[in-house]
Design a binder for this molecule. Structure first.
Ligand code: XMP
Length: 513
């Protein structure tokens, strides 16, 4: 079912474009993202109820900066320009944009001049989030200035008659106090959208487009058992049934008994074809003697490809590979472009498809984790699986710091199990985005009974987050930390010290490697 309440976001390269689309979906309105150079013909075909021009890293007056067909302003479709989008609107209506003496980043307080339809319910002096290096120095023709801040005398402008609005700040980010109100004003009062978009619509649309793309071909799914690959497998299964084969590779780097639990759950609850491969010895052998984190990731990625390829050779006529890539994986792995730098290699984004000559299906590429969880719930994935903490592709390999051995892995698995079990017992597990233990490559002195010990140190890490891109450490009660620490040291041979990680992301990352 196609919703007729669609907002088109034209992307000029802002790091916030996906966030705009997501904030619209949160209001139960369908949003689609297209590149800025999308033709006018295509835009008309899409029949959007409103168009948002995103921000972008360049300045609209620069040569070769991304532009749009000015006829877009004649379509009689309401338009909201954000940051760079505001500059385009300004230039189109004979206003002027110039570089600012001081770039403006961060919080500012908005002073409302005209409380019109786009600023309805926005509190005077509320916080807005700025991120720009240009100013409008001449108001475009036919527009009025609706608000200002201390450093931006022209903070938002509008032409109510033409239904064109522009903001210098970002309404989509959480720091803009009344950003949600602004988007609601645009969606419901100005574009007259109805809030009829739900995750169930997403499933229907995705099923249709997967069927159209795949037809009768066979599709492979690398099923790790994490939320993303599990939900992707179920979605594909709904779309193409028998033509999907899932391959679950036990790399020996998963949590204690995890691999068996995953396969059992799918076999018991769903009619999926699953091939279960135990390749743990192969992985451990290749990793022996390696301690550099990026090397470990590469070895794991490559070994995974080899194992997966060998197995999939047995399934003829395969054309597609499905991956549960999420939007944050896409940007954290991007190595080009102005908006994002490579932070770590996330192995689920590259490798396999090129080597195996497979086409990729990535149904969640524009979604965030909590949206995928909602979809998983609707597809019948058990609660425990839907709401499990994220787990990195390279698994415990990036949590045994330095060289990996079977003995170290076994210590970490025991510690990790105690930590996770106690979180569940104390009703803390679901309050936390991600929790795990890390085994440090250092030994420390302790005393047990009358004897001196010289054993391993483990770190406990627990963070809250909404998408893994930023995170804060979880504030446990001291009693809980004491209880877990005692239990670990008492029950896991080889560990005599437990520490708790109190760093947030940024500047740290969630994982230690
Ligand atoms: P960092 O450590 O970069 O992690 O703050 C952000 C989120 O991504 C997960 N992560 C990975 N996931 N392959 C994955 O599939 C990887 O190589 C990888 N590295 C980190 C991490 O657990 C957290 O949820």
């Amino acid at each position: 079912m196609q919703s007729h309440n669609t907002i088109l976001v034209l992307d000029f390269g802002s790091q916030y474009t996906q966030l705009i689309a997501r904030k619209i979906r949160e209001q139960n309105v369908r949003s689609i993202i297209y590149p800025f150079y999308t033709s006018l013909k295509k835009i008309k075909e899409l029949k959007p109820k409103g168009i948002i021009l995103s921000g972008g890293p360049t300045s609209a007056y620069e040569e070769n900066s991304p532009q749009i067909d000015s006829e877009i302003f004649q379509l009689n479709i309401p338009i909201l320009g954000i940051c760079y989008g505001m500059q385009l609107i300004t230039l189109n209506y004979k206003g002027k944009v110039e570089p600012a003496k001081n770039r403006e980043y961060g919080k500012a307080s908005i002073e409302i001049i005209t409380n019109n339809e786009i600023l309805k319910n926005v509190k005077n002096k509320s916080v807005v989030w700025m991120s720009h290096g240009d100013y409008i120095t001449k108001i475009p023709e036919g527009f009025s200035v609706d608000s200002k801040t201390e450093n931006s005398p022209i903070c938002s402008i509008s032409n109510s008659e033409k239904k064109i609005y522009a903001l210098q700040f970002h309404p989509e980010v959480a720091h803009t106090e009344n950003g949600k109100e602004i988007l609601r004003n645009f969606l419901f009062d100005i574009c007259k959208c109805k809030p009829d978009w739900t995750p169930a619509n997403f499933i229907d649309e995705a099923v249709d487009s997967i069927r159209e793309k795949v037809k009768d071909a066979k599709v492979l799914c690398a099923l790790s058992g994490g939320v993303d690959s599990s939900v992707a497998a179920l979605l594909l299964h709904k779309a193409i049934g028998e033509n999907l084969t899932c391959v679950h590779v036990d790399n020996g780097l998963m949590r204690k008994n995890e691999s068996i639990k995953v396969v059992e759950m799918f076999e018991e609850n769903f009619d999926l074809k699953i091939i279960h491969i135990d390749a743990s010895q192969e992985f451990l052998h290749k990793l022996s003697g390696v301690s550099d984190p990026e090397k470990k990731r590469k070895i794991i990625g490559n070994t995974f490809i080899e194992v997966f390829e060998k197995e999939s050779d047995k399934i003829p006529n395969t054309d597609f590979l499905v991956q549960g890539t999420l939007y944050p994986d896409v940007i954290e792995s991007a190595s080009t472009g102005t908006a994002s730098h490579k932070i770590k290699t996330h192995h689920n984004v590259g490798g396999l498809p090129e080597i195996m000559n497979l086409k990729l299906i990535e149904p969640f590429r524009e979604l965030f984790k909590d949206e995928v969880r909602e979809i998983g719930e609707l597809l019948g994935l058990p609660h425990e699986f839907v709401h499990r903490h994220p787990f990195p592709g390279p698994g415990l390999a990036v949590r045994v710091l330095g060289e990996i051995t079977e003995a170290k892995l076994s210590i970490l698995k025991e510690v990790d199990k105690i930590f996770i079990d106690e979180l569940k017992k104390f009703d803390l597990y679901y309050k936390i985005w991600q929790a795990f233990a890390v085994l440090l490559p250092v030994q420390s002195v302790g005393v047990m009974g009358d004897a001196r010990t010289y054993e391993s140190v483990v770190v406990l890490r627990a963070v809250t987050s909404s998408d893994g891109m930023t995170a804060d450490w979880y504030k446990f009660d001291n009693d809980f930390l004491e209880h877990v620490s005692n239990k670990i040291i008492r029950e896991v041979a080889g560990v005599n010290r437990v520490v708790y990680d109190i760093s947030s992301k940024p500047p740290s990352t969630i994982e230690w490697e």
